[in-house]
Ligand binder design. Structure first.
Ligand code: GRF
Length: 187
């Protein structure tokens, strides 16, 4: 059974879907949540599901190898970023080659990069008068949102969309596809 660590510092709705998916698909299990915000919903979700959570500081994350050691001590095989905003340090990328994936709430390579997260992404899509948006699931390298793409799923953008209505449609796509794509990679 593969051991998955989710890195999430937001609401944690994708973390919830992933944890629950692998509760019933036992080829893998989410065994760790890494988070940088004590008040994140993701921590509460991990707790409710009996998943260990690790609260990390910026210093610890960026200044030494201790996070890699903690992942290795726990036998982590695969890392899933789901609402984690810090750049992944080279030591982690090197220790988990092609075993770190991220989900981005737009069709990369457009609307990605540093600072493009949450509402800002959907505002930019609407401002750009895009007819379609969606999600990109991609491998993680040392740059924001630039790793090789694994899958994209598309939804329409309507002329009367607000960032909120578009965000809701995109999040539904995430919940529908993310766990299945991760499962496919693990098999
Ligand atoms: C998602 O929109 C995902 O695309 C992005 O962060 C958000 C996380 O949402 N990387 P949630 O915390 O899983 O609800």
């Amino acid at each position: 059974m593969k051991r998955i660590a989710i890195f999430a510092s937001g609401t944690g709705s994708n973390a919830k879907v992933l944890i629950e998916y692998f509760e019933s698909h036992r080829n893998a299990q989410v065994t760790l949540l890494v988070c940088n915000k004590a008040e994140a919903g993701a921590i509460k979700i991990a707790h409710e599901h009996g998943v260990e959570s690790l609260l990390i500081s910026k210093e610890e994350f960026f200044s030494n190898n201790s996070i890699v050691e903690k992942l290795q001590e726990r036998g982590i095989d695969f890392i899933v970023l789901a609402g984690f905003l810090w750049l992944i340090p080279p030591a982690i990328v090197a220790s988990f080659p092609n075993r770190i994936v991220n989900i981005h709430p737009a069709l990369l390579p457009k609307f990605g990069g540093k600072g493009m997260y949450g509402k800002k992404v959907h505002e930019a899509v609407i401002f750009g008068k895009e007819k379609e948006s969606g999600i990109t699931i991609h491998f993680v390298n040392e740059k924001f949102d630039e790793g090789n793409h694994i899958a994209q799923f598309i939804c329409p953008v309507f002329s009367d969309d607000t960032p909120e209505s578009l965000a809701k449609r995109v999040l539904e796509l995430e919940h529908k596809h993310f766990a299945l794509v991760v499962d496919g990679l693990l098999r």
